[in-house]
Design a protein around this ligand. Structure first.
Ligand code: HEM
Length: 432
């Protein structure tokens, strides 16, 4: 598509500060920016001066940046005017089209989206989650207990990365004997030090799902892979590579964001001892609003992309058919028009209509599962730990897709409880 974008409607050219802002906004597509935290100050200025800002093409295609809650929500809800089918993440031009385009649940538009979503949604319904709950709680207890026993540990790899993979393996019906492998590959796929090791681990996962889907197609079980393997669209079964991509998306979607939200939530609580204390004193009363604030605060999915299917006006700008629109969820979640004092971490915040899980028909299908997992880990942690402190600097990921922690070393700073019968001695120990 070749057209030029003249700048804000009503201006003959860029205002000088807008040109500067646009240059600065180029940082948003550089993963290194997020290693040092989110660019909240830049997003604040964009929200004020140009909430719908055009970025010229470069390494990435040209796109519009959205930083306000209102426009982001409008775009995510309007699936007729804003399509997901060519991809939902910004990709450098050199990487070409997203191979999942028009094939996976997240990268489909209606009516195909509706068919795929209906096939998996039941698995995430409260009735099914209730069946899973005791196994999930037991896993959370074992994982947290093992870490707490050590006294100092990396919360990301030893706690937050563990539970989501175990839970998703159970959901997908991955046989017990294969789980250690999947856990190892998915930890490497996200946390390995080099890009090569990360992508090798990812290829192992795709290969594994290729085999598993074949087996489930031949002999379906009571699991999510079998449900996905049985999907028919317009009377035809989905091709194997589409099934594999869908399983992979469930594994990735179900593990990466939960890991980041959980560990970012822990860091926020460590950084805000008053909020830690509030939650410790009234866990049951505050945990639900605390989870929402953790989701808003961590906002692990940094952005979501849509492509306009027709000309649309947004905040006075004319978005043309074919244009890419980037919703910076992390920015929308700090919009003062929706969140008073947005840079304050407040576990009692209400209302808290954050966008961390998206909005509209593609709203995260794993929402309730994610909440269960975060709640279980917090509960186990708060049952055992009175106080914890950072044990060295936390490292952040270098990515424009997800933002959050790669490591979070922590140390227990005072007494913790070991439930009677599960710990050594009397059940109450003091760590130094
Ligand atoms: C804190 C944890 C999570 C966060 C922050 C998160 C975030 C999101 C967001 C922002 C979307 C919307 C994407 C879009 O509009 O294009 C989404 C969709 C999705 N999420 Fe999550 N997610 C989380 C947990 C999970 C879990 C636990 C699972 C499954 C096990 C999951 C599976 C999915 C799937 C399959 C979609 C696509 C839904 C569709 O297109 O209809 N997510 N998630």
């Amino acid at each position: 598509m070749s057209h030029t974008h003249p700048g804000p409607t009503g201006h003959s050219g860029d205002l000088p500060d807008l040109a500067g802002l646009r240059r600065e906004a180029a940082r948003l597509v550089d993963g290194r920016t997020y290693r040092h935290g989110n660019p909240f100050a830049l997003w604040r200025r964009m929200r004020r001066a140009a909430p719908v800002l055009w970025h010229e093409p470069g390494d990435f295609p040209g796109f519009w940046s959205l930083t306000r809650h209102d426009e982001i929500k409008e775009v995510l809800r309007n699936v007729d005017a804003f399509s997901s089918s060519s991809g939902i993440l910004l990709r450098p031009l050199s990487q070409g089209e997203d191979p999942g385009g028009n094939r996976t649940l997240a990268l489909s538009d209606p009516p195909r989206h509706h068919v795929l979503r209906s096939a998996v949604a039941g698995w995430f319904a409260p009735r099914n989650l209730r069946l899973l709950r005791s196994a999930l709680d037991a896993s959370a207890q074992r994982i947290v207990e093992a870490a707490v026993r050590k006294g100092r540990f990396d919360f990301v790899t030893e706690v937050a990365a563990q539970l989501p993979v175990e839970v998703v393996c159970a959901f997908l019906g991955i046989p017990d004997e294969d789980r250690p492998l999947i856990i190892e590959w998915s930890t490497d796929a996200f946390c390995a030090a080099t890009a090569e090791d990360r992508s090798l681990a990812h290829l192992e996962i795709l290969d594994y799902f290729g085999d598993l889907v074949e087996r489930r197609r031949a002999d379906p079980g009571e699991d999510l892979v079998s449900a996905v393997a049985g999907v028919r669209y317009e009377g035809e079964p989905l091709p194997l590579d589409e099934l594999v991509l869908n399983c992979d998306n469930l594994l990735v979607g179900g593990t990466e964001n939960v890991r980041i939200a959980m560990s970012g939530g822990m860091l926020a609580l460590l950084d805000h001892p008053d909020q830690w204390e509030l939650l410790r004193r009234d866990f049951d009363g505050l945990v639900e609003s605390a989870i929402d604030e953790i989701l808003r605060w961590t906002s692990s999915a940094t952005h979501i992309v849509r492509r306009a299917t027709r000309d649309v006006e947004l905040a006075g700008e004319r978005i043309r058919r074919g244009d890419l629109v980037v919703c910076w969820l992390t920015a929308g979640n700090r919009d003062p028009a929706h969140f008073p004092d947005p840079d304050r971490f407040d576990i009692r915040r209400s209302p808290n209509r954050h966008l961390a899980l998206g909005a509209g028909p593609h709203y995260c299908v794993g929402t309730q599962l994610a909440r269960l997992e975060i709640r279980a880990v917090l509960r186990e942690f708060f049952t055992r730990v009175d106080r914890a402190v950072p044990d060295g600097p936390a490292e952040r990921l270098e990515s424009i897709v997800v933002n959050g922690l790669r490591t979070l070393p922590i140390r227990l700073a005072s007494a913790y409880d070991v439930p009677a019968g599960t710990g050594p001695g009397t059940g109450r120990e003091r760590l130094r």
